[in-house]
Design a protein around this ligand. Structure first.
Ligand SMILES: *Cc1c(COP(=O)(O)O)cnc(C)c1O
Ligand code: SF4
Length: 433
């Protein structure tokens, strides 16, 4: 880096649909595949940025590069007939309204609200639903601030994709900091608030503070969590952005209030920790007294090798972060394309876990964040001559289920809780009707 570049403050530059074709060319895609990838991007959101493109993607390896696959639409990510139809419309120069109509129809078939999020988790106050909030597990409330429903780049597999495509019916967000505070105050069982999105760190520090600060005098609140991928997609957010220092001061105020501030960092691949900026960003956050805990889903073609997870967890621990969850890809959007079967996910997890020191074995996985709760696959065994998965709830809507082992019939192709069947002679799986 030249001195001039070193002195220059990196400025965030989003790359969106108008830039897509040129980037696909750079990855070496021919005209046919570029058209198909663009057709996918009519349905699922596309957004990346100059840092991801210049610092994280290895263009010599694209389109197979894992970080490329993390953010770029793939020509075969959606059912072929859908891609064909939209690609044909694009080739004919169909009007935007026609494309949108087609895209909508495909979106509605992609299970936009997995896990019954809307139906089961929206809390009530005075009998009325509070939008932009979810209260699924007694101790934790999720809050989706209205201004935080976008990200510095979009992951191709994102289960929050409906938040980004501008479909009013699919959005879940609130601008009401007062409702959040009042709800938490009225619910002494809530000890943790998780601010999520999108990415809350897309918001200015002032706006984020408006949501966080009113919580700091709620006596029973023990922790504030912020779910973010900014530390990997735009680490300059905590380094040199105009309001980076304000953000770090806000973190310090939460810590000084006697509460645990956890940045739930979404890290998918060790490459994301390979830049100086990413390392400095982690260090600066930790210097505020905040804890960085890390989680990501296991995604085919992005991070489906045990070595990558072991490498990721080791690097995170070396930088003072705490590995938290390895998730199973959720049953929404392009799940068919990215899913790794549970049996394989378990092997990858175990193989990675076996390679790291106890300091990294804080991680739990593979975890399905499903309708009744978070279910961990603990292994494969034999029960009365039948092959079986051993599982347990790490979190459950019904706390009675937490931590109790249970079995399901082994199925090498099962990808989600709803694919699993009880063992012969057993009743239904716990928590599943
Ligand atoms: C994962 C999750 C939480 C937090 O669970 P922890 O096990 O405490 O990390 C809270 N609410 C919902 C809806 C979740 O999916
Ligand atoms: S960072 Fe998280 S919310 Fe944003 S696109 Fe990726 S998975 Fe989705």
């Amino acid at each position: 880096m030249t001195a001039e570049n070193g002195d220059r403050r990196p400025v965030f530059r989003a790359l969106t649909l108008p830039h897509l074709d040129a980037l696909l060319s750079r990855a070496g895609l021919d005209r046919h595949d570029r058209l198909r990838a663009r057709a996918v991007a009519e349905v699922l959101p596309f957004r990346t940025n100059s840092y991801v493109v210049d610092e994280l993607i290895d263009w010599d390896r694209a389109p197979d590069d894992p970080i490329y696959r993390l953010v770029f639409p793939q020509p075969d990510m959606l059912p072929k007939a859908d891609v064909d139809r939209i690609a044909a419309l694009l080739a004919q120069g169909a009007p935007p309204a026609r494309l949108l109509e087609e895209a909508r129809e495909v979106r509605m078939r992609l299970n936009p609200h997995p896990g019954g999020q809307r139906v089961f988790n929206t809390p009530l106050m005075d009998g009325l639903p509070i939008e932009g909030m979810q209260h699924k597990y007694p101790e934790t409330v999720l809050f989706f601030p209205r201004q935080g429903q976008t990200c510095h780049a979009y992951c191709t597999y994102c289960f929050r994709w409906p938040q980004f495509v501008g479909e009013p019916d699919l959005r879940m967000a609130s601008g009401d900091a007062t409702a959040l505070r009042e709800y938490v105050l009225a619910h002494p069982e809530v000890t943790s608030v998780l601010i999520t999105g999108g990415d809350p760190l897309i918001m200015s520090s002032t706006v984020l503070a408006r949501y966080v600060e009113p919580l700091l005098d709620v006596p029973h609140l023990e922790s504030v969590r912020i779910g973010t991928k900014a530390l990997s997609y735009w680490p300059h957010r905590v380094l040199t952005d105009p309001d980076s220092d304000d953000l770090l001061r806000l973190f310090e105020r939460v810590v000084r209030s006697g509460r645990n501030l956890a940045l739930m960092g979404h890290y998918s691949h060790p490459r994301e920790l390979g830049t100086g900026a990413a390392e400095r960003a982690l260090r600066r956050v930790r210097e505020t007294g905040a804890v960085v805990r890390c989680q990501a889903p296991l995604i085919r073609g992005v991070n489906d090798r045990a070595e990558d997870w072991a490498d990721l967890w080791r690097k995170l621990v070396a930088l003072g972060a705490v590995p938290y969850y390895m998730f199973v890809e959720r049953d929404t959007g392009p799940q068919d394309y990215f899913a790794v079967p549970l049996a394989r996910a378990y092997e990858i997890f175990r193989e990675a876990y076996a390679q790291v020191s106890g300091l990294a074995r804080t991680v739990r996985g593979p975890i399905m964040s499903a309708t009744p709760g978070k279910v961990q696959v603990d292994g494969v065994t034999e029960v009365n001559g039948q092959r079986a998965f051993v599982l347990h709830y790490v979190q459950a809507r019904d706390p009675e289920l937490v931590g109790r082992p249970f079995f399901a019939a082994y199925d090498p192709d099962a990808r989600w809780l709803t694919d699993l069947k009880p063992l012969a002679g057993d009743g239904a799986l716990p928590g599943v009707d």
